[in-house]
Design a protein around this ligand. Sequence first.
Ligand code: PLP
Length: 224
Amino acid sequence: MEEIADRLKTVQDKIAAAESARPPANQEEVTLVAISKTHPVDVIQSAIDAGCRAFGENRVQEAGQKWPELKAKTSDVTLHLIGPLQSNKVKEAVALFDVIETVDRKKIAAALAREMEKQDKALRLYVQVNIGMEGQKSGIAPDETVAFVAHCRDDLNLEIEGLMCIPPAGEDPVPYFQNLAKLADEAGVKCRSMGMSGDYELAIANGATSVRVGSAIFGHRAYK
Ligand SMILES: *Cc1c(COP(=O)(O)O)cnc(C)c1O
C-alpha cells in the first residue's frame, strides 16, 4: 500500500509542475480526482490515508457497496460519479455522491432536480459532452451543449459547475481539450473535467480544472 502513496505523490508532483507551466493568468489550482473503480475498500483507504480527498466511481451500485463505510471514517471526502446515470439510480446517486459529472440529457437533469429537492441536498453538477461525437459514447453533442446548460439553469434551476469529456481513444486529445474549454466559456461555466492517466498533463496545459486519474495511482484494473 506504500506503493499507492508513492504513485499518488508522483501524480501530484506532475500536476503541480503542469499547473505552474501555464501562463500566470491561468494558474488556478487543479483538483485531482482519484478514480477508484474496481478497487477494494482497503486500497482506497490507503489513498485516503496518503491525503487524497476526491475520488471517482463509474457505477452507482459498486460505489454504494464501498463508500458508506469509507465516508463514515473520513467525512471530508468528495465522491464524484463519472459513469452514466440511469433514472432508476438517481435516488441512490443523490444520497451517495457529492458531484455528478455525467449529466447528459434532459430526463436525467429533471430527475436530479426533483431528487435533490426531495433529499434537500445540493450536488455539484457537470454536463458530459460527447466531444468526439462518437456513436457509442454518452454525453450531449458539442453543438447542443450551450443550450442544454441554459436549459438546466433557466428551466430546472440547476447550477452547472462545469463540463466533462472523454476524448476518443487513440487520437491526439489536445484539439478535444481545447474544444471543451471553448464550450465551457460559451456556456458560462467555470470548470473543465478532462484528462486521465495517459494525458492529464496535456489536459492541464489546455485548461483542465480537474483531472480524473485512475491507473496511474491504483495500477491496472482487473475487471470481473
Ligand atoms: C476509468 C475512468 C477514468 C480513469 O482512467 P485511467 O486511464 O485509469 O486514469 C477517467 N474518467 C472516466 C470517465 C473513467 O471511466
